[in-house]
Write a protein that binds this ligand. Structure first.
Ligand code: S3P
Length: 178
């Protein structure tokens, strides 16, 4: 079983993934870090040198490989759900947790990441709040279509988010068994 985390940049996927994996006693992988490791380049470089379309192809290839694992917690990139095959592959592999948060919180975290030197490439060239609002309005239906459970992360610590995911997974599996 693969438990996937989906959601916009800044929602906490990479922070939650190792904690969730520790609770489940399985490995975890951040798909963006794996992509950067394989290509030997940062995502910003890939966007700058080859453009977003090329990045999306690499992203899809990495996810196809990672989805071959038996047991894994998989933190996906915020745009992974743009690919229809990825949306169905993630669902077929196991529970998919969508971490949601208000636009302002996501924008604040994305700006803080940028200030800390771990910026991701801008997707629209607009201010963080405008970009998040705009891109989310186009992506929300894709996240919703892919998710098997949804957790609002605002006001929750990473450990509380993990607890909420595990509780939802348990109730989904007992519903399926009854
Ligand atoms: C992207 C999100 C990033 C990364 C890339 C594109 C997006 O992942 O895959 O910069 O389109 O939302 P994170 O959500 O892990 O930052």
């Amino acid at each position: 079983m693969i438990v996937s985390l989906i959601g916009y940049r800044g929602c906490g996927k990479s922070t939650v993934a190792p904690r969730l994996a520790a609770q489940l006693g399985c490995p975890w992988i951040d798909a963006d870090q794996e992509l950067e490791r394989r290509l030997g380049r940062t995502i910003s470089h890939v966007f700058a040198e080859e453009g977003e379309a090329a990045f999306r192809r690499y992203e899809r290839d990495v996810l196809v490989d990672l989805l071959r694992n038996e047991r894994l917690v998989l933190a996906t990139g915020g745009g992974a759900v743009l690919n229809a095959s990825t949306r169905s592959d993630l669902r077929a592999a196991g529970p998919v947790a969508w971490l949601t948060a208000p636009v302002e919180l996501l924008a604040r975290r994305i700006e803080a990441d940028g200030a800390a030197g771990s910026a991701r490439p801008a997707l629209t060239g607009r201010s963080a709040v405008d970009e998040v609002a705009d891109v989310l309005s186009r992506r929300n239906s894709l996240y919703a279509e892919t998710a098997t459970l949804t957790i609002d992360v605002s006001g929750r610590t990473p450990d509380e988010i993990v607890e909420a995911i595990l509780a939802e997974m348990n109730s989904l599996s007992s519903e399926a068994a009854s």
